[in-house]
Design a protein around this ligand. Structure first.
Ligand SMILES: [Zn+2]
Length: 384
């Protein structure tokens, strides 16, 4: 089976190439902001309309014509897609203006706009950039995104097709996954829990040190910051980035192992919306589990496993032994679930994960049916 994926490489642009990329970015940013301006003045700019406008504007403005038409068109295409998504996907805001001081450069090129020759990435206007080929591209790419991160590093992210590795036969039937209190994710299969990702904690001391250094070197008022301050700031960003990368790696490895072994994956359908009132530490843990679940759902679906999303209502209060729902919500401090009806006791996280799995197994038809089922549990009296 063939699938589309991204392969990302570090770029090492020279001074000239970097200046050219930033010029290209400022033209594209200007176009993006023009489109936002149109949208704010009540028009609904579609890609078709914007594309026509681009042709007109390019014939009028020489400085815009100096830039790559492919990159400019892609900017508007991305904009139109973001605007379209904001109408259909809940919680997705309208595209906003990109400000020079904080928007990170990002350029997109389709096959017409780039070429790879002699190990270098060739872009329009004779811009060539050496690529650090950390691994081989599996096929010739259909598009590339060139971007700079907050550390000032440039990357090229190529879209390629490759043969998907076969997922092995599942040797275990089903697994329920819940966000844990003691762990990042609690599961029903022993050995598959995801412990708290500790890299952030390990880096925390280092990060605190860098932040203290920043505070010491900070200049008050409107004077520009010193080189020492900027160096400390860069280091702090480098440490957090490293921690984030390690967390992503661990989450991916976990999702792969879980997917390889299980035929049915039941995950709590968790909406970050409910969390607005929770504490900071809880928020960080919730962000971690959200990222892990997203990875798990994507990987599971891609591997052809049955993935069921179970609504989070009552999962911590329902007995996984008999299905009876307790009257009270379990506080976060309560570690053990005890069923008043049948006397079943289990670790709270394990009970919740088992309830999620049992709900998914009871109704394998679709996620929506499961949702309906839970809502009508015990006479449908309980609105959440
Ligand atoms: Zn019970």
């Amino acid at each position: 089976m063939v699938e589309t994926v991204r392969y990302t490489y570090r770029l090492r642009p020279g001074r000239q190439a970097q200046a050219a990329l930033l010029d290209e970015w400022s033209r594209c940013r200007w176009l993006w902001n023009e489109a936002v301006h149109q949208q704010n003045s009540g028009r609904k700019p579609t890609f078709g309309k914007l594309s026509k406008l681009l042709t007109e504007t390019r014939s009028r403005l020489a400085w815009l014509r100096d830039g790559s038409q492919v990159a400019q068109q892609q900017t508007l295409r991305t904009y139109a897609a973001a605007l379209g998504a904001s109408f259909t996907i809940e919680g997705r805001g309208r595209p906003k203006k990109k400000r020079k001081k904080d928007a990170l450069p990002s350029l997109e090129y389709t096959t017409r706009g780039f070429r790879i020759r002699d190990g270098r990435l060739h872009l329009p206007n004779k811009v060539t950039v050496p690529v650090a080929w950390s691994r081989e591209l599996p096929s010739s790419p259909t598009s590339v995104r060139v971007y700079r991160d907050n550390l000032g590093h440039w990357y090229a992210s190529f879209v390629v097709t490759h043969d998907r590795a076969e997922t092995p036969e599942a040797d275990l039937p089903g697994i329920g996954v819940d966000r844990g209190v003691k762990t990042t994710a609690a599961t029903t299969s022993p050995g598959f829990d995801l412990p708290h990702l500790g890299h952030h904690r390990r880096c925390a001391a280092e990060l605190a040190k860098a932040q203290r250094r920043m505070a010491r070197r900070r200049r008050r008022g409107s004077q520009p910051q010193s080189k020492g301050y900027l160096a400390a700031k860069r280091q702090a960003a480098r440490i957090s980035k490293k921690a984030a990368r390690q967390n992503t790696h661990d989450a991916r490895a976990w999702a792969k192992r879980l997917t390889d072994h299980h035929a049915l994956i039941a995950v709590e359908d968790f909406k970050p919306k409910f969390l607005t009132k929770s504490r900071m530490a809880r928020k960080a843990a919730d962000a971690a589990i959200s990222a892990c679940k997203k990875e798990l759902i994507e990987r599971g679906t891609r591997a052809g496993r049955k993935v069921v999303l179970v609504p989070p209502a009552y999962t911590t209060m329902t007995c996984s032994g008999c299905g009876e729902r307790a009257n009270h919500r379990l506080g976060l401090g309560v570690r053990t679930f005890e069923c008043p009806a049948c006397g079943y006791t289990a670790d709270r996280d394990l009970n919740a994960a088992r309830t999620i799995l049992a709900t998914a197994e009871r109704d394998r038809a679709s996620a929506d049916d499961v949702r309906h089922r839970i809502a009508s549990f015990r006479g449908g009296s309980g609105a959440v």
